[in-house]
Design a protein. Structure first.
Length: 277
């Protein structure tokens, strides 16, 4: 493997200052972005044409600091070159373990959209409340912590409905978001142990489903409605059992007529089979 050289370089900025940065060749892996990079900007600046004694002293001090950082980076890289394969692996595991878990779960949430995104954000907010801090690293994630979080969710107050405890199925939804994150992190090698295999689950609460009797349906159909479209959708939903979300996506090509059997809905996005209407 070719050794990496670290060179101190300068870049003239639009405001007349000179920015000092390190140039790595070949490129090195940036632990924050997990991408190869050739530059590390030091946030140290020189005056291109120092006019005062203070500016001259500032140039000398900043340049000296930049040179020390360059030497330190070069020594770090050269020291890494002589590590054994095992030592390098341990260093990588240590670096991964110290990475931010909260940044990771927030990045996953950012990939969601609509209502699902809102649920992820609420789940993360409750996890932060449980931690009583803003961050936690991967190495601090363990079975005991997640089981404690499970117990917290079962007693946690709703952030929207102040004073009321989270509904069990809401707690389950938030808990599953964390489990999804743990599963992905383990798959990507960010967690050394499969935390999901050792944690307890939250049992889904049974929900009561109400159905209209035939007499109740007749009363509904005979009740005046100012909007014909609402009335027709209600009738269609009652007679077919379809949710409004299914009806709103229904297109004519999904309705087929079978002779001697009537009309059927087929290929509906959320339905795996066809049924008569």
């Amino acid at each position: 493997m070719k050794k990496t050289n670290v060179t101190l370089r300068r870049k003239v900025l639009a405001d007349g200052r000179i920015s000092l940065y390190l140039d790595f060749y070949p490129p090195i892996l940036n632990p924050e972005t997990n991408k190869l990079t050739r530059r590390e900007f030091l946030k140290l600046y020189l005056f291109e044409k120092p006019k005062t004694r203070i500016q001259k002293i500032s140039n000398i001090e900043n340049l000296h600091t930049a040179e020390l950082i360059q030497i330190r980076r070069q020594n770090e890289l050269r020291k890494y070159d002589i590590y054994s394969a095992f030592e390098k692996e341990q260093l990588e595991l240590k670096k991964i373990g110290e990475a931010s878990f909260m940044k990771y779960i927030n990045n996953l949430a950012d990939q969601k959209a609509g209502k699902n995104f809102a649920i992820w954000i609420s789940a993360i907010a409750h996890f932060k409340d449980f931690l009583k801090e803003q961050d936690i690293s991967f190495k601090d994630i363990n079975v005991t912590l997640i089981n404690d979080y499970r117990e917290y969710l079962l007693k946690a107050k709703s952030r929207r409905d102040t004073g009321n405890v989270l509904a069990r199925n809401t707690a389950l939804s938030y808990y599953n978001k964390l489990k999804t994150t743990l599963k992905r992190a383990y798959k990507e090698g960010k967690l050394r142990n499969d935390i999901n295999a050792g944690i307890d689950s939250i049992k889904e609460a049974e929900t009561q489903r109400n159905f209209l009797t035939l007499n109740e349906a007749k009363i509904l159909f005979n009740t005046p409605c100012s909007s014909q479209i609402v009335y027709k959708i209600s009738m269609f939903s009652t007679l077919t059992g379809l949710r409004y979300s299914d009806i709103s996506k229904l297109i004519w090509s999904e309705i087929e007529f079978i002779e001697h059997d009537g009309y059927y809905i087929v290929k509906l996005s959320d339905i795996d089979h066809c049924f008569p209407i």
